[in-house]
Design a protein around this ligand. Structure first.
Ligand SMILES: [Zn+2]
Length: 126
């Protein structure tokens, strides 16, 4: 049985986020980028997370240990038709910590399309 994509799309990983993480394809919209970045957190693919982070807000490195990501729900995607290079994606992500205790976060992430590619800018946790 093929591996399900961690982003919850109900596609296989190979058909869904893998081409983005492998650099074979760019995410076509902010929602796809958001999902692929979640998958990168699941797989601890730090280079992909940094590569898809806008240079103005990109950290030098990420601490990816400590949490096991166990679920993603994309709640809302907004693109302003007058400004189609900006988008926000609101999502809830669930995790378990090192002790196995569950937790979750809800964030509205901001994305920017630059030179044809979508990039993560920052997020507001709510
Ligand atoms: Zn996926």
């Amino acid at each position: 049985m093929a591996l399900a994509c961690p982003c919850g799309s109900e596609e296989t990983y190979r058909a869904c986020c893998r081409p983005y993480l492998m650099g074979e394809r760019e995410a076509p919209d902010a929602s796809a980028l958001m999902r692929s970045r979640y998958t990168a957190y699941v797989r601890q693919a730090e280079p992909y997370l940094l590569r898809t982070w806008h240079p103005s807000t990109r950290p030098a490195a990420l601490g990816l240990g400590g949490r096991t990501w166990i679920g993603l729900d994309v709640r809302d995607v907004t693109v302003d038709p007058r400004d189609p290079d900006h988008a926000t994606v609101t999502f809830t992500a669930q995790w378990r910590d090192d002790a196995g205790l569950p937790g979750s976060m809800r964030e509205t992430s901001r994305f920017l399309k630059e030179a044809g590619n979508w990039l993560y800018v920052d997020g507001e946790v709510s």
